[in-house]
Design a protein around this ligand. Structure first.
Ligand code: PRX
Length: 654
């Protein structure tokens, strides 16, 4: 029996004018890529991207796994996202419809965005920033955030955006890791009616040391809140840009020039700086934005991600702008002033393609159950054509609700599987071509050689789970881990896997349709509300509280709303606390982790034991901890367990 049933055929209205219309069109693209991968992507690279110097080479596999795409071509990402649309007469088209936390709306045309980008690019140049320098961007969701990224791209500086929810310590590590010469930030950010610090955290990060490379901190004045000021280092963005020219000749860079670094969590060690290229990345961003969302000139696209994550890079800053689309950028949160905010905004801005995370959908389902006044059915969502999901598996119940209540039963849902490392969509339906099955991300994007294999890289039959790999390179793929090529090779192209890219997820394909379902990470990486986090990072943060903690182990527990929650098992230096003491220390440790990494890494559940369950050789039995976290009966063999008495202690919740 097949685990999947195709329950949702492609609606005729969507298929009709789709960029990829119908399964035969999808199959012919797949066949074109299979026949000659380089020629296929080369064709798309010429169609979707403007090159200053055309490339003659498409793919270079000689230095695998350090693959090179379009290597002898030159281009500029910001020219592709801005100038060329103005040049073809779209200067007055809205590039960004910005809605602030308080509901104020600001429409920014392509001409405006270009001028603002040029002014900031010129300001950066005046401060001595040049091609190849790194710039850290620690900003709220704002037009200025997008402009900051585009301005770096314009002058060939490599940006590294750090999500505004990360702590001073995390920010410091990323500034130091990248060797940034400038940090671009805002005085504060506004989210859900609250003013939250940004500049103060930059000050704290730099004060932690190791950031000597930073010469200037450029500050966007968002709230006008009180901030400390270092007259030698800090500069207001508006003062730096007001005297600058509206034009700035783009810096033409080679296709492999690093457009950005984005730090993400792995299963071991500190977060790694995923390095992306300019040419290949932009090709993947442009083609996937066009096909997966079937974006047309008149569409209004809205991706609710933050620019601090890869989704905000590819499907806000680069993809939609590279194809000249109009998009909504939102500063706030989905629950303010109430949990109808998304639906209100879709109605107000006539959003036609909406892209969000399953966590957001699940939390809005919950909010709707409590308050029918914010039910999506109360809003006019007739503008919607296509819905999207990203970041974690979407469970069939949430899928069905999204489809019925948000999409009115007529909008296909594209469940897009991809990663920071992949640059763009890897496995996803194309709305005009792929029949949908809730809970499955369906089929590979044309040109992506996704497969499910065993530990030695051999294909497993459909219906049998295995490791998700990608057998052939693709343009948007990670190029390196910043400063650590060895880790790059070992993490993503382990020797036992025949040179395939290892995604780090498990997957299974349907027996009949070959559709993929992602079964979750196979390593110690957690996904909490679509945010990726390494268990080791959280463990290191806990044990760095040397006054209290002797040892810690962190596991994920499945959660209906957030996908997973963080559960920490801690051995203190002092006696094992109980009752109020345990609750007080747990609160202290949560606060500690928030300071070390950021509030998103706070363990929801902290339990204390005199020890952790270990084998006689001293290995922590994580599988056992995962069962305990789930309050499951223990069925594992615990005969090798050195200290069974601690299990009862660890079962106690605080
Ligand atoms: O486990 C997969 C999950 O998110 C991981 C990648 O996280 P990150 O690099 O932060 O990028 C998130 C946004 C692209 C993957 O290894 N994931 C992402 N999308 C899906 C998913 N799991 C299931 N279904 C998806 N659509």
């Amino acid at each position: 029996m097949s685990a999947h049933k195709i329950t949702y055929p492609v609606p005729g209205a969507v298929m009709k004018d789709a960029h990829v219309s119908g399964m035969p069109a999808y199959r012919s693209l797949v066949a074109e890529a299979d026949a000659d991968l380089g020629a296929y992507w080369g064709r798309l690279a010429r169609e979707f991207v403007s090159w200053r110097t055309p490339f003659a080479k498409t793919l270079d596999v000689g230095s695998a796994p350090f693959f090179k795409w379009f290597e002898d071509g030159t281009l500029n990402a910001s020219y592709n996202c801005l100038d060329r649309h103005v040049e073809r007469g779209l200067g007055d088209k809205a590039a960004i419809v910005f809605e602030a936390d308080d509901g104020q709306v600001n429409r920014v045309t392509y001409s405006d965005l270009l001028a603002r980008t040029c002014r900031l690019a010129n300001a950066l140049k005046t401060r001595g920033v040049k091609k190849g320098d790194r710039v850290v961007i620690y900003m709220s969701m704002s037009v200025e955030g997008v402009v900051a990224m585009q301005a770096c791209a314009r002058i060939g500086a490599t940006h590294s955006v750090v999500f505004g929810g990360f702590s001073a310590q995390s920010l410091r590590d990323r500034i130091a890791g990248a060797g940034a010469v400038v940090v671009i930030t805002a005085d504060e950010q506004l989210r859900g009616g609250k003013q939250l610090p940004l500049k103060a955290i930059v000050d704290e990060a730099i004060a932690l040391g190791g950031c000597d490379s930073v010469k200037d901190v450029i500050v966007y004045r968002r709230t006008g809140g009180q901030i400390a000021w270092d007259a030698l280092r800090d500069r207001w963005m508006h003062e730096e840009t007001e005297t600058q020219d509206d034009t700035c000749e783009p810096e033409w860079v080679g296709a492999e020039h690093p457009l950005f670094l984005l730090y993400t969590s792995g299963s071991t060690g500190k977060p790694k700086g995923v390095q992306h290229s300019t040419g290949g990345y932009l090709v993947h961003a442009a083609v996937s934005t066009s096909w997966t969302f079937d974006l047309k000139d008149e569409d209004v696209f809205w991706c609710t991600a933050d620019i601090g994550w890869v989704t905000g890079h590819t499907y806000i800053t680069y993809g939609p702008l590279s194809i000249g689309a109009t998009q909504v950028v939102f500063e706030g949160v989905p629950t303010y002033p109430d949990a109808g905010r998304f639906w209100q905004m879709i109605q107000d801005h006539k959003v036609s393609v909406f892209y969000t995370a399953p966590t957001a959908i699940r939390s809005l389902i919950k909010a709707t159950e409590a308050n029918q006044a914010i039910h999506p059915g109360r809003y006019d969502l007739a503008s919607l054509r296509i819905l999207g999901s990203v970041g974690e598996p979407i469970n069939p119940a949430a899928w069905e609700w999204y489809h019925e209540h948000v999409g009115g039963g007529r909008c296909p849902i594209v469940d897009t599987f991809w990663q920071t490392e992949t640059g763009g969509h890897m496995i996803t339906p194309l709305p005009g071509a792929t029949p949908l099955v809730p809970g499955s991300c369906t089929l590979p994007f044309p040109g992506i050689a996704a497969a499910v294999v065993d530990e030695t890289g051999n294909d497993v039959p459909n219906g049998q789970g295995g490791l998700l790999v990608v057998k052939r390179p693709w343009p948007g793929m990670i190029r390196n881990i910043w400063g650590d090529p060895e880790r790059f090779k070992l993490s993503y192209f382990p020797p036992e896997l025949q040179g395939y890219y290892l995604a780090g997820d498990g997957a299974i394909r349907d027996v009949e349709t070959g559709y993929f379902t992602i079964t979750g990470r196979i390593d110690d990486v957690l996904n909490v509300s679509g945010h990726r986090m390494g268990t080791m990072e959280i463990e290191s943060a806990l044990v760095s509280c040397t006054a209290l903690v002797a040892e810690a182990a962190v596991v994920g527990r499945p959660d209906e709303t957030t996908g997973e929650t963080i559960c920490a098992f801690v051995v203190l230096k002092g006696p094992r606390p109980t009752g109020d003491d345990a609750r007080r220390i747990a609160a202290e440790l949560r606060h500690w982790v928030a300071k070390e990494i950021g509030p998103i890494a706070k363990p929801k559940d902290i339990r204390f034991g005199d020890n952790l369950p270990k084998t006689r050789s001293g290995k922590i039995m994580r599988r056992l901890l995962r069962s305990i976290a789930k309050d499951e009966a223990i069925t594992q063999d615990i005969s090798t367990l050195e200290n069974p008495a601690v299990l009862d202690q660890l079962m106690e919740r605080n």
